[in-house]
Design a protein around this ligand. Structure first.
Ligand SMILES: CCCCCCCC(=O)SCCNC(=O)CCNC(=O)[C@H](O)C(C)(C)COP(=O)(O)OP(=O)(O)OC[C@H]1O[C@@H](n2cnc3c(N)ncnc32)[C@H](O)[C@@H]1OP(=O)(O)O
Length: 217
């Protein structure tokens, strides 16, 4: 639903929802490229000022029709909840990598990823809060794949080595045990040669009203 000039418009039913999602995903990707270009640019100051004015105009065009409610969960191919606007995995959210997660037959999860220049924390390396965010989401996905979808209760991260951006990395996670609505998950981000850079353990708690709602496929 979108709110515009006193009207509520259901754009999904008015047009082709799939084409709209593809268009939004393309906008999200272009915006990611813009963000990295902003971070890395060395163009002259008058060009920066000119581009800023153009961006202000583009921002105004997008604000002409605005969503007023959160996007709902969808059920992914592996039966887990997800939504296109998610800050880690949502294709239409420029903030997201987006993380593309695969489930294995053993109900573990893996994601090939490369951080971007805009994720920089210490010069030349990825910000620890960004890697923690990736771990949070991936571990949550592993809980869901194991049939224990929940919200993060606690997340513990051990930073073993600095994480580079612009290089291929592999993130993996697996559910280790559950007690009632509480589930524990381990995960890590590693170099392609297996060198572990970041390790994490999370406790995920299934809210009472989620019980039985997101059973894996
Ligand atoms: C596939 C998609 C993956 C997505 C992953 C996304 C990960 C996220 O970012 S989620 C966002 C961040 N997390 C949050 O916002 C959570 C906010 N907190 C909450 O909503 C609630 O506190 C919630 C749901 C965690 C627990 O609420 P509720 O179900 O009422 O818990 P409650 O009944 O009090 O406690 C249940 C058990 O969990 C324990 N518990 C509750 N909260 C915590 C906590 N934060 N840490 C440790 N244990 C906890 C309780 O002690 C209790 O244990 P026991 O059964 O042994 O007595």
């Amino acid at each position: 639903m979108f709110y515009y000039g006193g009207m509520t418009i259901d754009l999904a039913s008015a047009g082709n929802a799939e084409a709209r999602q593809a268009a939004l995903a393309a906008l999200g990707q272009q915006t990611r490229e813009l963000i990295d270009a902003v971070v890395l640019t060395e163009v002259p100051e008058d060009e920066i000022t000119s581009v800023t004015a153009e961006l202000a105009a583009l921002t105004g065009r997008l604000r002409a029709l605005r969503r007023t409610s959160p996007q709902p969960f969808e059920i992914g191919p592996d039966g887990t909840p997800r939504h296109v606007g998610n800050a880690v995995a949502g294709p239409v959210n420029p903030h997201a990598l987006p993380l593309i997660i695969e489930s294995t037959p053993e109900r573990t999860v893996r994601a090939e990823l490369a951080f971007r220049p805009s994720h920089e924390g210490p010069p030349g390396w990825v910000h620890g809060g960004v890697t923690a965010m990736i771990m949070d989401h991936l571990l949550g996905h592993a809980a869901a794949v194991a049939g224990s979808a929940g919200m993060t209760g606690t997340l513990s991260v051990r930073y073993r080595r600095p994480v580079p951006y612009g290089e291929p990395l592999l993130a993996t996670a697996e559910h280790t045990r559950s007690e009632g609505r509480k589930s524990w998950v381990d995960g890590r981000i590693a170099l392609p040669d297996g060198t572990v850079l970041v390790e994490a353990t999370g406790l995920f708690i299934t809210p009472s009203d989620w019980v039985g709602r997101f059973d894996p496929a």
